[in-house]
Ligand binder design. Structure first.
Ligand SMILES: NC(=O)C1=CN([C@@H]2O[C@H](COP(=O)(O)OP(=O)(O)OC[C@H]3O[C@@H](n4cnc5c(N)ncnc54)[C@H](O)[C@@H]3O)[C@@H](O)[C@H]2O)C=CC1
Ligand SMILES: O=C([O-])CC(=O)C(=O)O
Length: 397
C-alpha cells in the first residue's frame, strides 16, 4: 500500500501495515473493519494520527506493527513508559454501559491493551477513547467478522452486549434476544481466548451465565472458575442504601448480596453488614425491597431510554479491577459474583468469592442467616432454579 507521506521512512512502513492483506491480525491503534470505504477513512485518520504522534514522540503509537512483525519501537504493545498490564476486551463497547466502561478501563493502570468490539459504532468510540493520555493502547473492532480478532490474546473479557429493559419488562423478557447474542460471543471466546476470565453483564444474568457455561462445555473449554456473572451493581446499591440509613460513608459499608441478579433472587444479607449494625423490621423490608428493585427504579426513571448504565459501568470497573488484581496475584481480593457453586443445591449461585490467578478460586459459604433471610433464600432459589434451567435448555435443546 503506497503512502503519500512515504518520504518519512517510519510512516511509510506503518502505512504498509495498517491493513495487512488477508490478515486476521488487528493493527494496533487502528480500527479494523471489512468496509472498504471506512477502511480508507480510517487509514487516513490513522496516518494523520501517526504523523502527529510520531512527531510529538508520544507513546500511544508505540505498538504499530512493522514489516518484520516486531513492534515499531519502544513500548511493545503498550504506551511508552507504561507498566506491564493485562489485555482486556469489552464486547458491546459502543453501548450505554460499554462507553463509560471503556473510558474507565482506559484509565485503569492494570490495563495495557484495550480492545473495543461492537456490532455498531465502535470506530467512533475507539477514536474517542484512544485520545486519552493514559497507558492502555486501544484498538477497535466492528462486526461479527472481527470478533475473533478482538478476542485473541485477551486476559479478561467484559460483556455488556445486548438489549436493555424498558418500563414494564422483566430481565427475563430480554432472554429472547440476549441469549443468542451471548451464545455467539461465547463461541468466539471459546475459539480465540479460552483461558480468559469472563465478566458477563448481559441480562438476564441468571440465565446468560448458564448459557455461557454450556457453550464452553460444548467447546471443551469450560473452566467454572473463569466464568463470572457480574452482580456487583447489587452490592454497590446495597452499600449506598444501607449507608444512607445508617448515616455512614458508603465506602465504609460492606453488604454481601447473594443469590442471583433479578428481583427476589437478589438477596442482601443485612445481618452480615460491616461495620456490624442492626436494623428494625421496617428498615430491613425497606432496604431489601429497594436493593431488589434498584434496577427497576432506574428503568422507570429513564422512562424508555434504557436501564442503569453509569452506575453499572462503575460497578463493572470495580469488579474487573478486582479480577485483574486477582490475576496479578494479589492476596485477599474478595467480591460477590454469580458463579458455578456448591453452596446451595443449585448449580449457580452468587456469593462472595476470592479472586486469584485462576479466577474465582474460592467460593465462600453463606454464613449464618436470620429468619427473614432464610425465607428470602427459599424464594430466591425457586426463581433461580427456573432461570438457570432456561439457560441450560437454550443450548442443550
Ligand atoms: N449485570 C448487571 O448488573 C446489569 C446488566 N445490564 C444489562 O447489560 C446489557 C447492556 O445494557 P446497555 O449497555 O444499557 O444496552 P445498550 O443497548 O445501550 O448497549 C448494548 C450494546 O450491545 C451491542 N451489541 C448488540 N449485539 C451485540 C453482539 N452480538 N456483539 C457485540 N455487541 C452487541 C449493541 O450494539 C450496543 O452497543 C443489557 O442486557 C442490560 O440489561 C444492565 C445493567 C446492569
Ligand atoms: O434492571 C435492569 O434491567 C438492568 C440491571 O440489571 C440493573 O440495573 O440491575
Amino acid at each position: 500500500m503506497e503512502s503519500s507521506v512515504g518520504a518519512n521512512g517510519r510512516i511509510a512502513k506503518i502505512s504498509a501495515h495498517l491493513f495487512p492483506p488477508n490478515s486476521q491480525e488487528p493493527v494496533d491503534n487502528h480500527f479494523v473493519t471489512e468496509n472498504s470505504k471506512l477502511r480508507f477513512l480510517v487509514l487516513k485518520f490513522g496516518l494523520v494520527f501517526a504523523v502527529v504522534v510520531l512527531n510529538n514522540d508520544v507513546g500511544i503509537m508505540d505498538c504499530v506493527k512493522v514489516e518484520d512483525g516486531s513492534a515499531l519501537s519502544r513500548g511493545d504493545c503498550r504506551a511508552k513508559g507504561g507498566a506491564p498490564g493485562f489485555k482486556v476486551a469489552i464486547v458491546g463497547a459502543a453501548g450505554g454501559i460499554g462507553q463509560p466502561l471503556a473510558m474507565l478501563m482506559k484509565m485503569n493502570p492494570l490495563v495495557s491493551v484495550l480492545h473495543l468490539y461492537d456490532v455498531v459504532n465502535a470506530p467512533g468510540v475507539t477514536a474517542d477513547i484512544s485520545h486519552m493520555d493514559t497507558g492502555a493502547v486501544v484498538r477497535g473492532f466492528l462486526g461479527q467478522p472481527q470478533l475473533e480478532s478482538a478476542l485473541t490474546g485477551i486476559d479478561l473479557v467484559i460483556i455488556p452486549a445486548g438489549v436493555p429493559r424498558k418500563p414494564g419488562m422483566t430481565r427475563d423478557d430480554l432472554f429472547k434476544i440476549n441469549a443468542g447474542i451471548v451464545r455467539t460471543i461465547c463461541e468466539g471466546i471459546a475459539k480465540a481466548c479460552p483461558k480468559a476470565i469472563v465478566n458477563l453483564i448481559s441480562n438476564p444474568v441468571n440465565s446468560t451465565v448458564p448459557i455461557a457455561a454450556e457453550v464452553f462445555k460444548k467447546a471443551g473449554t469450560y473452566d467454572p472458575k473463569r466464568l463470572l456473572g457480574v452482580t456487583m451493581l447489587d452490592v454497590v446499591r446495597a452499600n449506598t442504601f444501607v449507608a444512607e440509613v445508617l448515616g455512614l460513608d458508603p465506602r465504609e459499608v460492606d453488604v454481601p448480596v447473594v443469590g442471583g441478579h433479578a428481583g427476589v433472587t437478589i438477596l442482601p444479607l443485612l445481618s452480615q453488614v460491616k461495620p456490624p449494625c442492626s436494623f428494625t423490621k421496617e428498615e430491613t423490608e425497606y432496604l431489601t425491597n429497594r436493593i431488589q428493585n434498584g434496577g427497576t427504579e432506574v428503568v422507570e426513571a429513564k422512562a424508555g431510554a434504557g436501564s442503569a448504565t453509569l452506575s453499572m459501568a462503575y460497578a463493572a470497573v470495580k469488579f474487573a479491577d478486582a479480577c485483574l488484581r486477582g490475576l496479578r496475584g494479589d492476596a485477599g481480593v474478595v467480591e460477590c459474583a454469580f458463579v458455578a457453586s456448591e453452596v446451595t443445591e443449585l448449580p449457580f449461585f452468587a456469593t462472595k468469592v476470592r479472586l486469584g490467578r485462576g479466577g474465582a478460586e474460592e467460593i465462600y459459604q453463606l454464613g449464618p442467616l436470620n429468619e427473614y433471610e432464610r425465607v428470602g433464600l427459599e424464594k430466591a432459589k425457586t426463581e433461580l432454579a427456573a432461570s438457570i434451567q432456561k439457560g441450560v435448555s437454550f443450548i442443550k435443546k
